[in-house]
Design a binder for this molecule. Structure first.
Ligand code: SRM
Ligand code: SF4
Length: 569
């Protein structure tokens, strides 16, 4: 339960004690920001700043050199901007672009949850960065921390009407579950009006918030590009005659684990029932409350909803939920997911509008000697009057382009050579890597900086095998936290140490099955040697339409994973 006696609190994790003493997420953040003697925050504030969307990091490439020079680490901050459902306006894009070039590393990082991150913000620039983000009518509160995070929703421009309805629920869920404390406005926006009407109540979360992060996704079948089953809570849209009637509810997904600790594992959510759309917020709120009351507050490695459900059972969970709702979820309705990737290039939507999906390698928007991606997108934003849609595969959709504006966008895509990537293989276009080095403090191996060169080598094998057009889902992460959803890759890599990865095979093409460990702790040479025969055999022996993930199970390379608890067995 969330209220804790001081005896209880002693048993709980350190983060629980920090939350308890934080006065609704205020802590000593103001003092930390004003301390000129260090580029860092006080340690307890580094936990609280996450709830405000801010991670303290240091440049890991510089760590050794700074240590040698007896300097403190090169502290800097990552700021995560919430973009519910991934939709923002061109003027918001221009603002984020400007802020990135003013106060951060001049790059925007699109994330696997349709948010965007700015890296390299120095402590002295944090306040203006956050204030300017808010001035653009975006925010960072609850982008991280033990609360509900950015709510994702597949952008599905080719099903615009249904998507619009589902997007509306995405927005409402995001607002409904946002923290109510006025700490954010007081600290970052100097909002005196808010300070005088200080808000200290958290009607949904209570003063200890949740035991751990909480994630919600909404999906519009047949697309599962949000990987709905990787979320604590999922709402799969059920429609009749293209109008939304309600949602199938899924609960208990999460992908993180710790190497060598088999009681931590990735788990896919169970579909537990159907709710009419009018009840969506109530269902979400009660599930959040169950997790608030029953989630593990002692061991943070065991604190996600997936463990609450596995420990007590799905039937207990359904009973508890129905009890709290005062009515029961219906039986789940039939639905079919067909894919979890993005559709590149132009797609026609409704009302004479068009949408262009652009491949962004690993979500990194930056100008390089070879490609002025950031500049090109800025120029597009200046003339675009539709929207931008961030996908959960780290790509970008230039959305709602009118037919007469299409040639203008085409000309800019051409000028900045942004569409060149469409000539890449199906493996290339379906690969994702998490951030990892140099900013992520938890990285054990390279990911974003390494995947492109590995892909160039794998592409040679892919072309030899004649698999250029075969979409194969490949995911790489620099550690087992799974930020690029590596346990859902038909080919998954999880970093173990510099240059060494575990290789997993056999996830489902539309996000319906976890993969399984195939080889442990291997280097690049071994990766290529291991994958080459499997890919060639797939090319020669697959049945029409057979997916790589299914093939490697059928041919015995790995066993099928049926539940999270099976993952390590
Ligand atoms: Fe993540 C922690 C980056 C999506 C599971 N994640 C981190 C941190 C903040 C590292 C840290 O705690 O110090 C990473 C910051 C790196 C950096 O330098 O920017 C980080 N996670 C990311 C992003 C940016 C990866 C990307 O390449 O796009 C994604 C941001 C999403 C967003 O906008 O909110 C991101 N993280 C995910 C996902 C995928 C998803 O949600 O669909 C997962 C797996 C699903 C899940 O939550 O189980 C994920 N991140 C984690 C975990 C493991 C959580 C667990 O339950 O075990 C951690 C570590 C933690 O929380 O202790 C983590
Ligand atoms: Fe960092 Fe690990 Fe997440 Fe990659 S998977 S961003 S290395 S926490």
């Amino acid at each position: 339960m969330t209220d804790a006696s001081s005896e209880d609190l002693k048993k709980r994790s350190e983060v629980e004690r920090i939350k308890d003493a934080s006065d609704y997420l205020r802590g000593t953040l103001v003092q930390s920001l004003n301390n000129p003697l260090t580029g860092a925050l006080a340690e307890s504030d580094t936990q609280l700043s996450k709830f405000h969307g801010i991670y303290q990091q240091d440049d890991r490439d510089l760590r050794d050199e700074r240590r040698r020079q007896k300097l403190e680490p090169h502290y800097q901050f990552m700021v995560r901007i919430r973009v519910p459902g991934g939709i923002c306006t061109p003027s918001q894009w221009l603002e984020v672009d400007r802020i990135a070039r003013s106060w951060c590393n001049p790059a925007i990082r699109l994330t696997t949850r349709q948010a965007c991150q700015l890296h390299g913000v120095l402590k002295r620039n944090l306040k203006k960065t956050i204030a300017e983000i808010n001035a653009a009518l975006l925010d960072t509160i609850a982008a991280c921390g033990d609360v509900n995070r950015n709510v994702t929703c597949n952008p599905n421009p080719y099903q615009s009407r249904l998507h619009e309805e589902v997007y509306e629920y995405t927005r409402r869920l995001s607002e409904h579950l946002a923290p109510r404390t006025s700490a954010y406005h007081e600290i970052w926006l100097d909002n005196e009006l808010v300070a005088s009407s200080r808000q200290d109540e958290e009607p949904i979360y209570g003063k200890h918030y949740l035991p751990r992060k909480f994630k919600i996704a909404l999906a519009v079948p047949p697309s599962n590009d949000v990987d709905i089953f990787a979320n604590d809570l999922g709402f799969t849209a059920i429609a009749e005659n293209e109008r939304l009637t309600g949602f199938n509810v899924s609960a208990g997904g999460g992908l993180g684990m710790t190497h060598g600790e088999e009681n931590t594992y990735p788990r896919l959510a169970d579909v537990i029932g159907y709710c009419p759309k009018s009840k969506t917020l109530q269902v979400a709120e009660e599930i959040v409350r169950i997790q608030r009351d029953y989630g593990d507050r002692i061991n943070r490695k065991h604190a996600r909803l997936k463990y609450t459900i596995d420990d007590r059972g799905v039937e207990w969970f359904k009973y508890e939920l129905n009890n709290r709702l005062g009515w029961s979820l219906d039986a789940p309705r039939p639905f079919i997911f067909a894919h979890s990737g993005d559709r590149y290039g132009w797609v026609e939507g409704t009302n004479d509008t068009w949408h262009y999906t652009l491949f962004i390698q690993n979500g990194r928007i930056v100008d390089t000697a070879n490609c002025l991606l950031m500049t090109g997108l800025r120029e597009i934003a200046k003339v675009h009057n539709g929207d931008f849609r961030l996908t959960a595969n780290q790509n970008l959709i230039i959305g709602r382009v009118s037919a007469n504006r299409k040639p203008v966008i085409d000309a800019l895509l051409d000028k900045y050579q942004l569409a060149n990537t469409l000539r890449k293989t199906g493996l290339y276009l379906n690969a994702m890597a998490c951030v990892a080095f140099p900013t992520c403090g938890l990285a054990m191996a390279e990911s974003e900086r390494y995947l492109p060169s590995l892909l160039d080598k794998l592409d040679i094998i892919i072309k030899e095998a004649g698999l250029e057009n075969e979409p194969i889902l490949m995911r790489m992460t620099g550690c087992p936290n799974g930020c690029a959803r590596s346990p859902l890759g038909e080919i998954g890599f999880i970093g173990k140490a510099p240059g060494k990865y575990n290789l997993y095979l056999g996830a489902g093409f539309h996000g319906q099955r976890l993969n399984k460990l195939y080889r442990e702790n291997i280097n690049e040479e071994q990766i290529l040697a291991e994958l080459s025969p499997v890919l060639h055999r797939y090319a020669n022996e697959r049945k029409p339409g057979e997916r790589f993930g299914d093939f490697v199970i059928k041919t015995g390379y790995v066993k099928e994973v049926l539940t999270g608890r099976d993952f390590h067995s």
